[in-house]
Design a protein around this ligand. Structure first.
Ligand SMILES: [Zn+2]
Ligand SMILES: [Zn+2]
Length: 318
């Protein structure tokens, strides 16, 4: 199983501002020496030696993930603004010819998880097939709302690809093709949200965003730990710093320290920090990541947990 991140931002798309690009260029030029600029290889080496925030960006698109099983079957997860670019790439192959097939798993229908769907071109092409799976009720009806004429000029029915909608009870196990089985768990989030655990053979990927875990939640944490137990990769909502999470109770999101505690207790192998706050720039996200690593060092005596920061384009083989 493979996963690729096309949108990692929470709440609202947050493209970088022009003056921010200029400040990145300025800081890079300040650091470069004539030796660094001698050849394209030395420039690449120089860029690789910089912090992530200096030479790149975590990305401003909202939740969209591409999951592939071992035979390359496609599973889309949510349809935030990142799904537009994924759709354009898919158009270069079968989906451009009306021969594409994909499963589409939806966590919930907040704007940041559905807003890219109207701009997902493969949905317009007759012959393509999309099978939606969700533990949310009335998904089709919810998606129709965002295509109501007062909000968008093209109704859902004019998207000519075949669309089927399958609802599952929470915790019910279902298959996406011959290799991947999925279960779901309801997360604490305003209006509801579902986490999904994808299993292929003995490997597992859990997506758990949008999800609020705070100190109150720790009384009934056992049922969640059982669900997260032993995951190879846990993608987790880490929108807030610990200080913010104490102020933003019931806002529906978690902190990196809470995510680390849960990942350690559940024996997770790799934690991916996700759903970055739209007000955080790349430097702030670098700092949040470093702080999470320091926190982990204090509590992960075995050193078994790996923590990664989600960014647009990140791919993980599971
Ligand atoms: Zn969200
Ligand atoms: Zn949400």
């Amino acid at each position: 199983m493979r996963v690729k991140f096309w949108g990692v931002r929470g709440s609202i798309g947050s493209p970088v501002r022009p003056e921010y690009i200029r400040s990145k260029i300025e800081s890079i030029l300040t650091l470069a020496t004539p030796m660094d600029l001698q050849s394209s290889e030395s420039i690449q080496r120089f860029l690789d030696g910089l912090s992530f925030s200096r030479h790149s960006t975590y990305g401003g698109n909202t939740t969209s993930l591409e999951i592939r099983d071992k035979e390359d079957r496609l599973i889309l997860l949510d349809s935030g603004t990142g799904v537009r670019d994924l759709g354009n790439q898919l158009m270069e192959k079968e989906f451009g010819k009306g021969k594409g097939e994909a499963y589409w798993v939806m966590t919930h229908t907040h704007w940041d998880h559905i807003q890219g769907m109207p701009f997902f071109v493969p949905l317009f092409i007759p012959g393509n097939k999309f099978e939606f799976h969700t533990a949310m009720n009335k998904l089709e009806e919810r998606l129709r709302y965002q295509h109501a004429f007062t909000h968008f000029p093209v109704p859902l029915d004019q998207y000519l690809a075949e669309k089927t909608f399958i609802e599952h009870a929470e915790g019910e196990s279902f298959n996406l093709g011959p290799h991947i089985s999925v279960t779901s768990k309801s997360m604490r989030h305003p209006g509801g949200s579902f986490s999904y655990r994808f299993s292929e053979g003995d490997k597992s990927l859990i997506f758990a965003s949008d999800a609020e875990f705070n100190l109150d939640e720790m009384d009934n944490i056992d049922q969640y730990l059982e669900y997260f137990q032993g995951a190879d990769v846990l993608v987790f909502d880490t929108q807030y710093t610990f200080e913010e999470s104490l102020q933003k109770i019931d806002w529906g999101h978690s902190s990196a320290s809470m995510a680390t505690d849960i990942a350690l207790r559940a024996g997770v192998k790799k934690l991916v920090m996700f759903h970055h706050d739209p007000s955080y720039d790349d430097e702030k996200l670098d700092a949040v990541f470093l702080r999470a690593l320091k926190y982990k060092e204090m509590f992960d005596a075995s050193g078994r947990l790996e923590i990664k920061m989600a960014y647009e384009g990140l791919e993980i083989e599971i």
